[in-house]
Design a protein around this ligand. Structure first.
Ligand SMILES: Nc1ncnc2c1ncn2[C@@H]1O[C@H](COP(=O)(O)OP(=O)(O)OP(=O)(O)O)[C@@H](O)[C@H]1O
Ligand SMILES: [Mg+2]
Length: 494
């Protein structure tokens, strides 16, 4: 990857601060004492694990120092070997207990976020959904919720404990080996973090491209599968495959670039950590030759640094994961922030229908400002009468029905039901008062009974049968082997 062509700064910087502010309440959920105590418990276990891990190198050093050829202390050395193994085992036990305690917090956070997004999607208005990017939207939700769990995990169990460990190692170095080693350790770690940050910033852009291309490819695939029948009518399988291939090839190219930049990052990080290890061990070996340090001290420095580098090696991955998590969550919060199309007025009351008179007064409306569909449209439907609206395709017949349902707000004039402006009543009460037989009949992937009862959730079996009879389909349904329990297998359109 030619470094000179790569911009270090992301042209559209990620607003990490804002994303963090929205995401942290999920880690510390208000009013949930149980979940909060789990977070505290998990963190206490993190500290225990770090404490035993930091004691381990001392046991190791004691083993080596007690194996002095001139004056061996075998029993003490064996006791220290046991302590060393015990500390290693303790570290694993604490880490796993911590995961057990924390799991519920992560899952609850992810569940809450998905519920919020799903409810919001249903508030989003017809205009958003008619664009039908269902595939893309599902992918954004999937990635966003997955990342919240990962982010919580890494912040609490990787970044925080690594910072603690760094502090402890510096204190040990200071008291045992003097301030020089501390200064070098802190310098190298600062360099390491800066390098990781810069390269990751550049990689964030590559990753962002990859996510966009992935979403496009997925939208294409879902779109063409949803319109399967149409694709067949027009013999367009090859065309669809080519379109999908183009999207996937774009994604693959972006993925290759992203992987190559990862190699650069890993090599740079390894150079820094191994340089530091060589320097620190060289220094202690020199100290041993002058009688300043023991052989055990060389082992102590080596083990402490190896332990510190292990999570640091991982810090590159953690940093990337958190960056990626932030991007994914930004996209999902963006979805949550998409303004709901039509909102109830603050003081909206329920619609009271007494007679059922519908009146359109000087209604103006267009889907786009430059293309009006209804211009000064008037209509009165007296109660108890039937009215048919006839006109060429595209004249605006369905639009009138959509406006009556308030899927869109009119841009001029008003619509009244029994004298009440539909913009001033709640959408829920308005839609509950209107029955509709849609032009496109869609079936949910459930039983026929469920589909008939969809308009009223609490409809009884008898009412479902009466409705079927009214539509003259009861005999047909009864003739099916499974009757009202027959499942519709695919969304059918008439
Ligand atoms: N979601 C939309 N966004 C933009 N324009 C739209 C949208 N829906 C409909 N239109 C346009 O508004 C006009 C009226 O559409 P409408 O669906 O009301 O026609 P219609 O009379 O019901 O036609 P048909 O008999 O084909 O059902 C058409 O020109 C159509 O292209
Ligand atoms: Mg229509």
């Amino acid at each position: 990857m030619p470094a000179e062509s790569a911009p270090l700064q992301d042209p559209k910087p990620l607003n990490s601060g804002a994303v963090f502010r929205r995401f942290l309440p999920y880690l510390w959920p208000a009013g949930e004492a149980g979940l909060k105590s789990r977070v505290i418990g998990a963190f206490a276990l993190v500290i225990c694990a770090k404490a035993v891990i930091l004691l381990m190198p001392f046991a190791y050093k004691a083993v080596i120092d007690n194996m002095d050829e001139a004056d061996p202390a075998v029993m003490l050395a064996i006791a220290m070997v046991v302590a060393y193994a015990g500390a290693r085992f303790g570290g694993v036990v604490f880490d796993n207990l911590r995961n057990v305690i924390f799991e519920r917090v992560g899952q609850t956070a992810a569940r809450r976020l998905t519920e919020n997004v799903f409810a919001h999607l249903h508030r989003l208005g017809l205009a958003f959904h008619l664009e039908r990017k269902t595939g893309g939207v599902t992918k954004v939700i999937e990635r966003g919720t997955k990342s919240i769990d990962t982010m919580l995990y890494f912040l609490l169990f990787n970044i925080a404990p690594t910072a603690l460990e760094l502090l402890a190692v510096c204190l040990i170095f200071f008291f045992k080996f003097g301030p020089g080693l501390v200064a070098v350790t802190l310098g190298v770690i600062a360099l390491y973090i800066t390098f990781t940050r810069l390269v990751t910033l550049w990689r964030t852009k590559l990753r962002r491209d990859m996510v966009d291309l992935d979403t496009t490819a997925y939208s294409h695939a879902v779109d063409s599968l949803l319109n399967f029948e149409t694709v067949k009518y027009f013999n367009a399988e090859d065309r669809e495959a080519r379109r999908f291939n183009r999207a996937v090839t774009g994604w693959a190219n972006a993925a290759v670039k992203s992987e190559n930049s990862l190699a650069l990052l890993n090599i740079g990080q390894s150079l820094l950590t191994n340089g530091m290890m060589a320097g620190a061990m060289g220094y202690t070996v020199w100290g041993w030759s002058t009688g300043l340090f023991t052989v055990g001290d060389v082992v102590l420095v080596n083990t402490l640094l190896m332990q510190l580098f292990r999570p640091l090696d991982f810090l590159g991955t953690v940093y990337r994961t958190i960056q990626q998590g932030l991007i994914d969550m930004e996209a999902m919060f963006g979805l949550l922030d998409t303004p709901a199309g039509i909102v109830d007025a603050e003081d909206a009351a329920g619609l009271a229908v007494a007679r059922g008179e519908v009146r359109f007064e000087h209604v103006r409306f267009g889907y786009a400002p430059d293309r009006p569909i209804l211009k000064d449209f008037d209509l009165i439907v007296p109660p108890g009468t039937k009215l048919a609206i006839v006109g060429p395709s595209g004249a605006g017949k369905s639009t009138i029905a959509r406006l009556l349902f308030r899927f869109y707000d009119v841009t001029g004039g008003r619509i009244l039901i029994d004298g009440q402006d539909i913009a001033a009543v709640t959408q829920q009460s308005l839609r509950a008062a209107i029955g509709i037989v849609p032009q496109d009949t869609v079936l949910f992937n459930d039983t026929i009974g469920y589909n008939i009862a969809y308009g009223r959730e609490d409809a009884t079996e008898t009412e479902i049968r009466a409705a079927a009879k009214g539509a003259a389909i009861d005999r047909f349904v009864k003739s099916l082997p499974e009757g009202y329990e027959t499942r519709s297998r695919s969304p059918a359109r008439c």
